[in-house]
Design a protein around this ligand. Structure first.
Ligand code: 5AD
Ligand code: SF4
Length: 502
């Protein structure tokens, strides 16, 4: 195996980087894109302190776990990873182990009780403090001190909002290109938190109240990223289309933000996730229609196709209202693809209500759906007040059934693209290509992957030089998840009479 350690960043001008040992970082991230971005920011800050990133936990002396609490399974995964480190810490006491993010926020005491070898716990709003906390924790560990460090101040109680805003804003968004999905794609946070309080969901308590970033800060970040070669920007928010920022006599919505960043030189594509159905205004749809760099793609989770269940979930809309939204989408942005999330086995979901979710997938023709079995989360209204009354095997069956129907729909919708020419932003080698051991000869075509403007994945053979560019691909075939195509080559007659292929 090759050494997975990435090169360290140049030492900072302030000379704060320490040489030598204790600067090898392993970071594990679970959960949503928000967490992926948080990890990128943490790694960026640590590399400025001279840390190297390794993908091998055994080679690291600092191990961080950026956690998710949305479903129990995500938490179990982190507890297993942490459990494995217990003996390691005994053998190498200078090791620093930290738990960051949502689970840290929610369960600090439980984490310390279950995992006595954890040194620090840092909440979602305090990630800027991670570098200093690691240094302090290492000193503690080397002195044999048993004290643990925490940084948590997120609270929804009155008066805390200003403090929380300050804590988020104080985090200078240092960027770490090697942590991005690809060198050409980057996430930009435009809002944090959620005020919707769906009964099943832990996010309002782990991420705090909804707060939108100033448009000028978002623009600056997009410009910096574009300067680094980023072509695709994904704006992030838990309910991203609820974005609202007032200042200097104007209130900015997400549509205004799209206009503001759209003409940034270098940026070719813009998308935003995750949407909230009730807040999907016509202004946003018109912006997507009129701005040529915007994806024709929306992720607006329906969660259930049954009004009774939606009511129990307190989602704030009915299926009929969601239907109206879909008609507005289809009318304003023809061909726009929409994806959804569903929870199956939510308290009160009968066989009949589940069938309505199945019907909704057929009716709304989602590009894809993320389907989850209901997982009761302590601290949520559903956990406090509703019995988890659907047995696990029923949840599993419903999950499989809904997935099977979604796959059928996805394949049918993909098949409609066969014969079309689509514009693809090329991301890199395909999954299959990455698995092949033999390196391609210079100039040799490899299997590449990218996305259409409707966010459909396309694979095709092409020169690796195309990575990061937008190219035309003819769709020849498909599966439920992927369009399979070939690059469009056109013969152009040069002025000199020589044919040139483009
Ligand atoms: N159980 C199962 N799925 C959940 N989600 C959120 N909370 C729960 C829960 N308690 C799902 C929702 C949401 C996605 C991110 O996770 O579908 O849209
Ligand atoms: Fe959770 Fe509902 Fe907020 Fe989404 S809108 S983050 S599901 S509370």
């Amino acid at each position: 195996m090759t050494d997975p350690i990435l090169p360290a960043a140049a030492p900072p001008a302030d000379g704060s980087a320490a040489d030598g040992p204790n600067r090898r970082l392993y970071i594990e991230t679970v959960g949503c894109q928000m967490n992926v971005l948080d990890s990128e920011l943490v790694v960026g800050a640590l590399r400025k302190r001279g840390f190297e990133v390794t993908s091998d936990p055994d080679a690291a002396d600092t191990l961080l776990f950026n956690t998710c609490s949305v479903r129990e399974k995500a938490e179990q995964k982190i507890y297993s990873s942490l459990g494995r480190l217990k003996y390691r810490k005994r053998k190498r006491p200078g090791t620093v182990i930290g738990v960051l993010g949502c689970m840290a926020q929610k369960d600090k005491d439980l984490v310390f009780r279950k995992m006595p070898h954890v040194d620090l716990v840092v909440g979602t709003g305090q990630l800027a403090e991670v570098p200093d906390l690691i240094d302090a924790a290492r000193e503690n560990a080397l002195r044999g001190s048993k004290s643990r460090l925490t940084a948590l101040s997120l609270s929804r109680k009155g008066g805390a909002r200003k403090e929380i805003e300050a804590s988020f804003e104080s985090y200078d968004p240092l960027r770490e290109p090697t942590m991005r999905p690809t060198p050409h794609q980057a996430f930009v946070r435009v809002m944090i938190g959620c005020d919707k309080f769906c009964t099943y969901c832990v996010v309002p308590s782990t991420r705090g109240p909804e707060q939108s970033r100033a448009p000028s800060d978002v623009l600056k970040e997009v410009q910096v990223l574009a300067g680094q070669g980023v072509k695709e920007i994904t704006l992030l928010g838990q309910t991203v289309n609820s974005y609202k920022h007032s200042g200097e006599g104007k209130t900015y919505r997400l549509s205004d933000l799209l206009y503001l960043i759209h003409d940034t030189p270098g940026v070719e594509r813009i998308k935003f996730v995750t949407g909230y159905p009730r807040d999907l205004g016509d202004d946003l749809l018109e912006a997507i229609r009129d701005l040529k760099k915007c994806y024709h793609y929306l992720h607006v989770p329906l969660q259930s196709g049954c009004d009774d269940v939606l009511k129990v979930m307190k989602r704030g809309y009915t299926v009929e209202q969601y239907r109206d939204m879909m008609h507005r989408v289809w009318e304003t942005v023809p061909g726009c693809s929409v994806s959804s999330d569903f929870i199956v086995g939510h308290p009160g979901e009968t066989e009949e209500s589940f069938e309505k979710s199945v019907d909704s997938v057929r009716e709304f023709r989602f590009k894809n759906s993320f389907i989850f079995k209901y997982s009761p989360r302590p601290g949520t209204k559903a956990h406090e007040r509703l019995a988890d009354d659907v047995p696990d095997e029923v949840k599993r069956r419903r999950n499989n059934e809904l997935l099977a129907v979604q796959n059928e729909v996805s394949e049918e919708e993909n098949a409609r693209k066969i014969g079309e020419e689509v514009s693809v932003l090329v991301e890199g080698p395909s999954v299959r290509q990455k698995k092949t051991d033999e390196p391609a000869a210079p100039g040799e075509a490899i299997q590449l992957t990218g996305r259409t403007r409707c966010d459909r994945i396309v694979v095709f053979d092409g020169n690796p030089r195309l990575i990061g560019s937008t190219t035309q691909v003819h769709v020849d075939d498909c599966t439920g998840t992927t369009l399979i195509g070939s690059i469009v080559t056109r013969e152009v007659t040069h002025l000199g009479g020589l044919p040139v292929l483009v």
